[in-house]
Ligand binder design. Structure first.
Ligand code: PSU
Ligand code: MN
Length: 296
């Protein structure tokens, strides 16, 4: 609260990645570590979740532990917020609901691992993450490592174009696919580094244009941490086949696929996931610092 009121740089973090995106105890170690990376880069971390029905912006160590280990923590996207608030329950927030709570708290920059998007087979399932609709209407910059190929990356980029969401790739001409620096799709726009990105945010949201949309910044995984496309494709195909066989649908799809990918790669994907989240956290903090310096 003090950092927001003083106009100091703040970086929001989501909690679904903790409760439903990574296994315990790697998840809580990751949550603590990324908060420290953000502090070391000169910004204040604010991990967001709903605890006992109260949306919380910034969590203490006990709350992080609870989110990481309590199996009753619900996955809360935007439509689920009133449910957990009304019932006094705990909720781990997705990109969509974290964005909204960050905006309500006056926070402009948010870091995560991977965005939700358009699922494969969406032409018949209509399965498209509310992360995209939220990005179209809430003025928060979301730093991710792109979109995992559990999704249809081409359709996700198409929908972001339709919804008027600026998609920036930091320092690369290729749109990244989470575990890989490439996806087979070009970067819709490339900018190089935090200063250029901060100026872009100022242009988008400043008085001249006054856009109200979010901005998606895709920050490619570092070369040393990449998993070769051939390796990850096989694993994702296997996970998608299991999804079909078990008839899983709706909000369970993403957590199921994320879990199966970790299981099938014997933890290798977890190592890459941790590496890219650290990298994203440092870049998001630098963007928040550069944006705050513009006095916007
Ligand atoms: N993709 C990832 N890791 C994640 C998620 C997506 O690579 O942890 C999580 C994020 O919280 C994202 C949510 O907002 O899943 C999207 O879920 P759904 O597809 O049900 O909207
Ligand atoms: Mn869905």
């Amino acid at each position: 609260r003090a950092a927001v009121e003083d106009g100091r740089p703040v970086v929001a973090l989501e909690s679904t990645i903790i409760s439903h995106g990574m296994p315990y105890p790697a998840n809580v170690a990751m949550a603590r570590e990324v908060e420290q990376i953000i502090r070391d880069a000169g910004a204040t971390p604010a991990t967001i979740a709903v605890l006992h029905g109260v949306p919380r912006i910034g969590l203490d160590a006990d709350s992080l532990e609870l989110l990481a280990s309590d199996p009753d923590v619900r996955k809360v996207s935007i439509r689920d917020l009133p449910y957990v608030v009304a019932r006094g329950e705990h909720g781990a927030t997705t990109v969509a609901s974290t964005m909204r709570l960050a905006a309500l708290a006056g926070i402009e920059v948010f870091v995560t691992g991977g965005l939700g998007g358009v699922h494969r087979g969406a032409s018949s399932s209509f399965d498209e993450s509310a992360d995209l609709t939220e990005l179209s209407m809430t003025d928060v910059c979301v730093v991710s490592a792109g979109v995992k190929s559990i999704l249809d990356i081409g359709l996700t980029l198409e929908r972001m174009e339709t919804l008027g969401i600026p998609v920036i790739v930091n320092g690369s001409d290729d749109f990244p696919s989470f575990y890989s620096r490439t996806s087979g799709f070009a970067a819709p726009r490339r900018l190089d580094g935090p200063d250029e990105i901060a100026r872009f945010l100022h242009a988008a949201w400043g008085p001249d244009l006054g856009l109200t949309c979010g901005v998606s910044v895709a920050n490619p995984i570092l070369t040393d941490d990449e998993i070769p496309a051939s390796e990850i494709t096989e694993v994702i195909e296997a996970a998608l086949a299991e999804l079909d066989a078990q008839g899983i649908a709706g909000q369970d799809v993403t957590p199921f696929l994320l879990g199966r990918v970790v299981d099938h790669t014997a933890g290798r994907s977890l190592t890459a996931n941790l590496a890219l989240v650290r990298n994203n956290a440092a870049v998001a903090a630098q963007i928040a610092v550069a944006f705050a310096a513009l006095g916007a």
